[in-house]
Design a protein around this ligand. Structure first.
Ligand SMILES: *Cc1c(COP(=O)(O)O)cnc(C)c1O
Length: 360
């Protein structure tokens, strides 16, 4: 067996210890004689798995009691729809467009009501976070929506927008559990788990209780109402049982590492290795504005498309995988999530230094 350093933006690297544990439990989960995959979601053993996953997440993120933790099938795109379907009371919402994922959420919201784009950084290929200190927030807006960490463009909100009293909804898919976050500043935090937590196909929504309403349009499908999940402990139907089990293992792993303060420290160290090199390089440069840089996703380029392609090819041969940038930006992108060890980032920087020696 040989493992590579996987810099994929998602589905992405998972902690090796977690994968090993899951492998060891594959045929017989804790004396049950079956895999978690084969287990009833109504069994006592499974109830314990989902209860512990929720409790560990609450612990890690310090989630206040008046927030529900919901495990929802369908990943990110389903949340683009669920947010407006469940939250648009006045039929109006404000969106801050900082990349493709925010834009898609905004476009989806337009199906349900008036969705205003109150700020955008599209004019410079989303390479920065716009000024959000004095936004033209619509007095009727039911919420203000952001994508906290922009996976494709490598930017992150270091300061939250002034929503002028409106509830803030944030997509935290690609910065989920990467550092501490004050949950009480948000109405809803949701994340697809395949970036920084677990296997694809599941989103976790952390929703303030008063935003979970029953009096929404009765045509909204049962499985697209937050209340369905809140009232059933995310067990209304068969949930993605194995994904939730894997996420639970990652939560325990994070606690063992020292929690989110420790992850923040490690993530800052890893990102600094890469950014410091980029800032001193003659060949490579980062594409995101310095003050808005993400700890998780680091896009970079050389000035030549041929060299970019050669870099990706040779890096792959050296066991550094999935460094090709998103098709909308080109160049390269290294995603350095929680589970990417510092050794992986060092190996990447060493490889970049060698490449630079040869080609500049
Ligand atoms: C990947 C990603 C999405 C899309 O998630 P899907 O599960 O593929 O629908 C949404 N938001 C962000 C920030 C992402 O990184």
């Amino acid at each position: 067996m040989s493992r590579v350093y996987n810099f994929s933006a998602g589905p992405a690297v998972m902690p090796e210890e977690v994968l090993e544990e899951a492998a060891a439990e594959m045929l017989d989960y804790q004396g049950t004689g079956m895999s978690v995959m084969e287990m009833s979601h109504r069994s006592a053993a499974y109830q314990k798995i989902i209860d512990e996953a929720e409790a560990d997440l609450r612990d890690l993120m310090n989630i206040p009691d008046n927030y529900k933790v919901l495990f929802i099938q369908g990943g990110g795109h389903v949340q683009f729809a669920m947010v407006p379907m469940n939250l648009m009371k006045n039929g109006t919402a404000d969106y801050i467009i900082t990349g493709q994922w925010a834009k898609k959420a905004w476009q989806e919201a337009q199906k349900y009501g008036k969705a205003n784009a109150i700020a955008s950084s599209q004019d410079q290929t989303f390479s920065y976070i716009p000024d959000v200190s004095d936004l033209p927030v619509d007095p009727d807006a039911d919420y203000v929506y952001i994508c906290m960490n922009n996976t494709i463009y490598g930017t992150v909100f270091h300061e939250l927008p002034d929503t002028k009293g409106k509830d803030l909804v944030a997509d935290i898919s690609s910065c989920f559990l990467s550092e501490p976050l004050d949950v009480s500043k948000f109405g809803i935090l949701w994340g697809g788990v395949q970036k920084n937590v677990g296997p694809a196909g599941l989103a976790i929504a952390i929703v303030r209780e008063d935003l979970i309403r029953e009096d929404i349009d009765e045509k909204v499908p049962t499985m697209l109402k937050y209340s369905t999940y809140a009232n059933s402990g995310s067990l209304y139907n068969t949930p993605p049982t194995y994904n939730i089990y894997m996420c639970g293992k990652v939560f325990k792993w994070l606690k063992k590492q020292g929690g989110l303060e420790e992850m923040k420290k490690r993530n800052e160290e890893k990102a600094a290795l890469l950014y410091d090199f980029l800032d001193s390089s003659r060949l490579f440069h980062g594409t995101a504005r310095k003050c808005d840089r993400s700890l998780m996703n680091v896009p970079f380029v050389t000035d030549s498309d041929e060299l970019n392609a050669l870099f990706v090819k040779e890096a792959t041969e050296a066991g550094l995988l999935n460094l090709k940038g998103h098709r909308s930006v080109g160049g390269m992108r290294a995603s350095i999530y929680n589970a990417m060890p510092v050794e992986g980032v060092r190996a990447l920087v060493d490889f970049m230094k060698d490449f630079e020696e040869k080609h500049s």
